[in-house]
Design a protein around this ligand. Structure first.
Ligand code: PLP
Length: 380
């Protein structure tokens, strides 16, 4: 490997949400979704050069930015988008909240997966919108959406928007073309807008899968969809933060811009620099990252499968293992692991109490330590 993913990094005292929320001498914090790896050297160098300039005035999105993102989407996902369809945002989360606010009225409701990254639900509840949950089902070891007849039972004539997450967090499903077609066509037939959170797109681990943007499936689906993307996760700079929305439909382009530069601040100037450097030069690092994460995924999968009382699905994408602790018969598996020195994300955050989510975007030595704690707890 050219790049170093093995040397432990020290994030203590950096105001890291993940590392500085516990007493880390006592607790190994593998919860919030950022990684313990330095960003690619190309990103560090570009950001350092920009910092050295010493002037940090108001900065607009670089003129070439949208075209650069469009080229990247074509190269990575064979998705042809017009640069004019792209709207730059400070974060995916702000895009989720704006979408729900703008695409639904007070008396309308939203379809949301369950389990799901909590902000998809919170975007609905904070706007006082009703939501119906699409309970993901475990099929052939993968968490998939319910079949069409079940989806039909969930919606009413007041349902106007579906939120979706691909790769799925938690659960790590990388949806297939057939699954996307089925869900997208269902939404089109029922006249639902779609907001597809694809922030984990660059982190497909399964050797037989690739990320397919939902909106790339057909023009009909694209006309209904706002896709939210970012390089924050893949290149590990969420603390700098930049995202973008892709919307072919001018109505949706307009909706996603509401509040921008008013209540929603634009990205910082360093965010443009980091994102452009990652697009232009980050691919060799990303390829090695994927190799490293595959090794960690295999380690997690083998260990968890060997422990009585725990089970795990296929991990197709991202670095978040979704571990089913139901058969441990403990009232709070999250607390059990925490009491023994490992912070995971509690399943309750995603609406499934008997699960925990383990972040394996860390050095192998740390991951081994975490897995030993889990094994020890399961034997108690
Ligand atoms: C599915 C999903 N969407 C959005 C985010 C956060 O995105 P951002 O930091 O751009 O707001 C996360 C972070 O964990 C996530 O997992």
């Amino acid at each position: 490997m050219v790049f170093d993913f093995d040397t432990p990094t020290n994030r203590l005292g950096t105001d890291s949400i993940r590392w500085d929320s516990f007493d880390s001498k006592e607790v190994l914090p593998l919860w919030v979704a950022d990684m313990d790896f330095k960003s690619p050297p190309c990103v560090i160098e570009a950001v350092s050069n920009r910092v050295q300039q010493g002037i940090y005035g108001y900065t607009h999105s670089p003129h070439q930015m949208n075209a650069m993102i469009a080229d990247y989407l074509k190269e990575q996902y064979q998705w042809q988008v017009n640069p004019d369809w792209i709207v730059i945002l400070p974060s995916v989360v702000s895009g989720l909240y704006t979408t729900v606010q703008q695409l639904t009225n007070n008396d309308e409701s939203v379809l949301v997966p369950n389990p799901i990254y909590h902000h998809l639900r919170l975007a609905c509840s904070s706007a006082n919108r009703q939501f119906q949950e699409m309970s993901l089902e475990l099929k052939d070891g993968r968490w998939v959406l319910p079949p069409r007849n079940e989806l039909s039972n969930l919606i009413t004539d007041k349902t106007t928007l579906a939120l979706f997450c691909n790769p799925q967090n938690p659960g790590s499903t990388v949806f297939t073309r057939e699954e996307l077609k089925e869900f997208g066509n269902f939404c089109v037939e029922h006249d639902l807008w779609i907001c597809s959170d694809e922030i984990h797109a660059g982190l497909v681990l399964d050797e037989n899968k690739k990320h397919i943007p939902l909106a790339s499936i057909s023009k009909d689906i694209s006309e209904k969809t706002i896709t939210l993307m970012s390089l924050n996760k893949t290149f590990n700079f969420p603390g700098i933060g930049l995202a973008w929305a892709v919307a072919e439909n001018p109505l949706l382009q307009k909706a996603i811009q509401v509040g921008l530069h008013q209540t929603i601040a634009p990205p910082s100037l360093l965010a443009y620099t980091a994102t452009m450097a990652a697009i232009q030069e980050g691919e060799p690092w990303r390829q090695e990252l994927i190799q490293y994460l595959r090794g960690n995924r295999d380690l997690v999968q083998e260990k968890i499968k060997s422990i009585d009382g725990l089970s795990i699905c296929k991990m197709e994408g991202s670095y978040l293992a979704w571990i089913d602790c139901t058969n441990l018969h403990h009232h709070n598996p999250y607390q059990l692991f925490l009491d023994h020195g490992l912070a995971t994300s509690p399943g309750s955050q995603f609406n499934r109490e008997q699960f925990v989510r383990l972040n394996f975007g860390t050095q192998k030595s740390r991951l081994e330590q975490a897995l030993n704690i889990i094994e020890h707890c399961a034997k108690l």
